[in-house]
Ligand binder design. Structure first.
Ligand SMILES: [Zn+2]
Ligand SMILES: [Zn+2]
Length: 322
């Protein structure tokens, strides 16, 4: 299927982001990414302790919350509000996970929502294959630049543009801190190993959560809900909910849909760090109840984008109010 939904107009791309550079692996810029994977094997040369595993687990979830709360729910979707200082902290926190700048990440993610599983989608597993959607596009030369056209609302903050340009700064500052805390073992088990796992945990949302899981809502894509991916990604595995209505602070919409990031957001809201968490209306949440038998059959049928209702909330959220 290549037909776009009616309300997904083609936007001009800036900086040659989409299509003007070759879609090939850039060995130079991808080398640190590949070497980090190899570095994980250094664990075999350091004496094993269970404390290291706990450290890795704690670091993993700390980093993953940075991805989900920062890169995704705030900068991509403006699912809640905060002040300018915490906005910067969120960007810094997210970029500790070395997934490039927040503006780059959010711009590409908004593009994904606009063109999900259609030809223009950067990382659709149904269009581009599993490995390309999982990590091929990340190391491709084609998508290295930041398309500021898609992220104008945050590109007006100079401190975010700076951090987006020098996106490795948070990680470069974290390395000496980890070394000072506990030397090479802490750098490895508190940094390198969980970082690599966070990369692949994040990538599963682009690859696996468009392939495995159940569909509650009819959407114009192949997004699915998957409890295991939700546990791995602090709530992002409720991806069908998310594609149905993308700008909510919670992605688990029912009490059994565990969404760790939302619990953190509620705690931060309780102490006044964030506010105005956007939640789905009851009518939105329950809308699947009114599906006809034919629509229910469509949920589990092979993707039929034309049959899906035209319900795609804008991928360009409201202007910033911070
Ligand atoms: Zn998706
Ligand atoms: Zn999203």
């Amino acid at each position: 299927m290549s037909a776009l939904p009616k309300n997904a107009p083609r936007l001009p791309d800036s900086n040659g982001v989409n299509g003007r550079k070759p879609d090939t692996l850039n060995w130079v810029t991808s080398l640190p990414f590949l070497l980090t994977h190899l570095l994980c094997f250094a664990a075999f040369f350091i004496g094993f302790k269970w404390q290291y595993v706990l450290l890795a687990l704690g670091s993993y979830y700390f980093q993953m919350v940075g991805v989900t709360m920062g890169y995704h729910r705030y900068f991509s979707h403006r699912a809640f509000k905060t002040n300018r200082v915490f906005q910067f902290i969120l960007a810094f926190w997210a970029q500790l996970t070395v997934q490039k700048g927040v503006l780059w990440w959010a711009a590409n993610h908004r593009h994904h929502h606009r063109y999900s599983d259609h030809d223009e989608d950067i990382h659709s597993p149904t269009k581009k294959g599993f490995w390309y959607s999982h990590m091929g596009w990340v190391v491709s030369e084609r998508y290295e630049a930041t398309d500021l056209n898609r992220i104008k609302d945050f590109a007006r903050f100079p401190e975010l543009v700076w951090l987006n340009t020098y996106h490795l700064v948070p990680m470069l500052l974290a390395v000496p801190v980890l070394l000072a805390i506990g030397g090479w073992p802490v750098l490895l088990w508190g940094g390198v190993i969980p970082l690599t796992l966070v990369w692949h945990g994040t990538f599963t949302i682009n690859s696996l959560s468009h392939i495995f899981g159940s569909r509650r809502y009819l959407t114009t894509d192949t997004s699915r809900n998957n409890w295991l991916l939700a546990l791995i990604t602090c709530g992002e595995g409720w991806h069908n909910n998310h594609h149905f209505y993308q700008n909510t602070a919670n992605q688990g919409w029912f009490w059994w849909e565990v969404d760790f990031t939302y619990y953190v957001l509620k705690a931060l809201a309780a102490v006044g760090v964030v506010k105005d968490l956007r939640l789905p209306a009851e009518q939105t949440r329950q809308s699947f109840q009114a599906y006809t038998a034919e629509q229910r059959a469509q949920l589990n049928a092979p993707a039929d984008f034309k049959a899906a209702p035209a319900r795609m909330p804008s991928a360009q959220p409201q202007p910033a109010e911070t």
